[in-house]
Design a protein around this ligand. Structure first.
Ligand code: EPU
Length: 347
């Protein structure tokens, strides 16, 4: 383990923001944590844990210690004819874990294929896509407490999962190094293809789902067609969360905007934030009126195919993106009276 000073983080955040860390360390083995926790640099500095860097916006240099989790390993803990329990270390790449399980025909996380980021970051925001969420399969999260170095195992119920939310993003924020997750998957078919866009894609391409890999491949194609590849255009996926409203607010909005899309998710009514962003903003002849979609200002902007995604075309700064996000929040609020909440962790 080596703590390096003045470290460039450009390649470690998918927005590709040029920012530096005062100190930086890469952790490859669980055993290195003891040494890390005992070091004065660790004890005296603010800390930022990084996985894939796919859900952060760095608005300035980080005046502390950035800790990169690269602890690898995936193992099958137990299995029977119906189920399998898998433990994956936090530094694994999430999509590699999806590949590992779909190759073996295990059902449960195929809808979460091709989500950028690491395994350790997955429980932080309870990653979700195409009708599935990590919490549906998660058994527990193993984490090391920063203050004491003690290892703790949080059962699913203790993680307080919500929509793109968990205790690790709230009261446990910055207090734990996520070492591993354990998930329980099914060996028997459990396909979940009710998400509208996924269902339409399968129908249109006449794909009959026989294995979890069929779904993972479909989801991967959809994601590739809509979301910009961070290796080409810097981004962190959806910048904002979708909005949930009550019946009265929905009715009031529908009066004014009869074409407003909405989705029922259990008891809740989801309004796609991408639509709200698309329907307000500066003049945009291409989108038939005012729209943030496809908006560009210097090196930053709003993606042309997905209005939820803010992008850095190259030389953009974190401050510029933050400023654009604030303008979008204000304009959605003044038009629809809805307050957008960033999904991305703004540092
Ligand atoms: N829509 C627009 N304009 C757009 C894009 C979408 O109006 O530019 C509307 C359409 O009505 C569409 C609806 O939004 O039917 C939903 O779009 P989509 O299925 O693409 O999903 P989303 O709600 O925009 C969420 C997640 C994504 C996830 C997809 C698929 C959040 C914040 N985002 O986006 O997650 O991949 O569903 O399940 O919940 C991420 O978290 O980084 C991420 C990419």
């Amino acid at each position: 383990m080596e703590i390096l000073p003045n470290y460039d983080l450009t390649k470690l955040n998918t927005f590709g923001i040029n920012a530096k860390a005062k100190f930086f360390v890469e952790i490859k083995e669980e055993g290195e944590l003891t040494e890390l926790f005992e070091s004065p640099i660790f004890q005296k500095n603010p800390k930022l844990f990084l996985g894939g860097g796919s859900n952060v916006l760095l608005t300035e240099d980080f005046e502390g210690l950035v800790i990169l989790n690269r602890v690898k390993g995936t193992e099958i803990l137990e299995e029977n004819t119906e189920e399998v329990v898998i433990r994956a270390m936090g530094g694994e790449i999430w999509h590699d874990l999806v590949n590992f399980v779909v190759e073996r025909d295990y059902w449960g996380i195929e809808n979460l294929a091709y989500i950028p980021g690491s395994v350790g970051a997955a429980p932080m925001q309870n990653i979700g896509a195409y009708g599935a969420e990590l919490q549906n399969v998660l058994e527990n999260v193993e984490a090391v407490e920063v203050a004491t170095g003690a290892k703790k195992i949080f059962k699913k119920e203790e993680c307080c999962f919500g929509y793109r939310d968990s205790a690790f993003k709230q009261e446990f924020k910055g207090k734990y190094f996520i070492l591993a997750i354990t998930i329980r998957l099914s060996k028997t078919e459990k396909k979940n293809i009710s998400y509208k866009i996924l269902k339409e894609y399968l129908e249109k391409n006449q794909i009959e789902v026989r294995s979890p890999k069929d779904i993972a491949d479909a989801v991967t194609s959809i994601r590739k067609s809509k979301l910009p590849d961070p290796k080409v255009i810097g981004n962190a996926g959806s910048f904002f969360k979708n909005v949930f409203v009550g019946k009265e607010k929905l009715a009031a909005l529908q009066k004014q905007y009869p074409e407003l899309p909405y989705f029922l998710e259990g008891e809740k009514i989801k309004i796609p934030t991408a639509w709200l962003i698309e329907k307000c903003g500066p003049a945009s002849p291409r989108h038939g009126g005012a729209s943030w979609k496809g908006y560009r200002e210097g090196d930053i902007g709003v993606h042309e195919k997905q209005a939820l995604v803010l992008v850095n075309y190259g030389g953009g700064t974190g401050k510029e993106i933050k400023n654009l996000a604030e303008q979008i929040i204000d304009s959605v609020y003044s038009k629809f009276g809805l307050k957008l909440i960033p999904e991305v962790n703004v540092i």
